[in-house]
Design a protein around this ligand. Structure first.
Ligand code: HEC
Ligand code: HEC
Length: 306
């Protein structure tokens, strides 16, 4: 009885926080996800066998790219910073401008993009069906002797569904399992008080709304980036992007759609100036960074699976 009461009280407290923890018990089809992992890392999916998803989404560096822009097919450069694939299942839309509604629509993008994989569904089907290894693996998962493009996408998406990073120190704090240090807690309070939380909230601490880069002070675009206005054709949506997740943010430099901030200190200074219209004291920046580091989660378990 008392236990139930404590649970109820902690659930109520928990519900009042604007950030929620990543579930520790997500269900994925492991066989399918392992197959997807192999495809994610395989250059067979690119026209000249040069590029794999992993080329631009480094799984040992927070699922993102440490270059300002990524290179794909024929070393062609992309036109925007590559975001993390970790926890992307929790984003309400995919891509900086939200042009894909879900991960399946998303994966179709880079495969057909001339500067990324430069491939087409038919060639992919030919390639995987010509591989004895893939024939065997797909047969085990799908009990089929002909591999379809749809199954290729589905396996990659199942792998992405498994790319969650639970049990960050912050999630443990939310579950009342640990205490944060004073600096980490102060950082979280500042994060809430100054209003970072109005845009960076929810399970992904971002990933659930479109916001303008430069709500207070215009942010100059150095180039013609694919922002929200490219989708809506509304000139007011210039410089509007999906708010990025802040989970594992300490591992995914450089920051912003243009990769212009080399480290968190720079990113926070720019955020404060352009999106809140304030200037931080050095101590405040350090405290927020301490808080942000508590958002580093465990490596996804699927990465340990062979
Ligand atoms: C050449 C580099 C490159 C390759 C190869 C690549 N990506 Fe990406 N990926 C990017 C860039 C750049 C973006 C952001 C593009 C944009 O938003 O306009 C992105 C966006 C994403 C997103 C959206 C994340 C978010 O928060 O919106 C996911 C998911 C993703 N890629 C998965 C994949 C998968 C799966 C593959 C392989 C089929 C792949 N990527 C191949 C560079 C790459
Ligand atoms: C008005 C909404 C809004 C507010 C308030 C806001 N942000 Fe952001 N944040 C964004 C958007 C939109 C981006 C992406 C901007 C871009 O890439 O051009 C972003 C990007 C970031 C990034 C870089 C993420 C990445 O992967 O590149 C960090 C770090 C960040 N914000 C932290 C903060 C902090 C800390 C605060 C409070 C001081 C804050 N933000 C306040 C909307 C906001």
């Amino acid at each position: 009885m008392i236990k139930t009461l404590i649970l109820l009280i902690s659930l109520t407290l928990f519900a009042s926080e604007p950030i929620s923890p990543i579930p520790t018990n997500i269900k994925v089809n492991l066989a399918k996800a392992k197959l997807g992992k192999k495809l994610f890392c395989d250059t067979i999916l690119s026209k000249d066998n040069s590029t794999a998803c992993v080329s631009c989404h480094n799984l040992s560096k927070g699922g993102a790219d440490s270059n300002v822009v990524s290179s794909g097919y024929a070393h062609n450069k992309g036109n925007i910073q590559s975001p993390t694939v970790f926890n992307s299942r929790y984003n309400f839309k995919q891509f900086w401008n939200g042009r894909a509604g879900n991960l399946t629509e998303q994966a179709d993008g880079p495969i057909n993009n001339p500067d990324e994989h430069n491939m087409d569904p038919q060639t992919i089907e030919e390639r995987v069906n010509n591989s004895q290894e893939y024939k065997k693996l797909f047969k085990e998962v799908y009990s089929t002797s002909y591999i379809t493009y749809k199954q290729v996408l589905e396996s990659i998406v199942e792998f992405e569904n498994a790319l969650t990073t639970p049990n960050s120190r912050f999630d443990k704090f939310l579950r009342d399992e640990i205490q944060l240090t004073k600096d980490e807690k102060d950082g979280y309070i500042i994060f809430k008080q100054y209003g970072c939380i109005t845009c960076h909230n929810g399970i992904n601490i971002g990933g659930n709304s479109f916001q303008k880069m430069g709500t207070f002070l215009d942010y100059e675009m150095q180039d013609d980036y694919p922002d929200r206005s490219k989708i809506t054709k509304n000139p007011n949506h210039k410089n509007v992007f999906k708010v990025p997740t802040l989970r594992n943010i300490s591992k995914t430099a450089p920051y912003f759609h243009d990769g212009s901030a080399k480290n968190l200190k720079e990113a926070l200074t720019i955020m404060a100036k352009h999106n809140l219209g304030i200037k931080f004291e050095t101590e405040e920046v350090e405290k927020i960074i301490s808080f942000l580091k508590t958002l580093d989660g465990e490596q996804p378990k699927i990465l340990e699976e062979i």
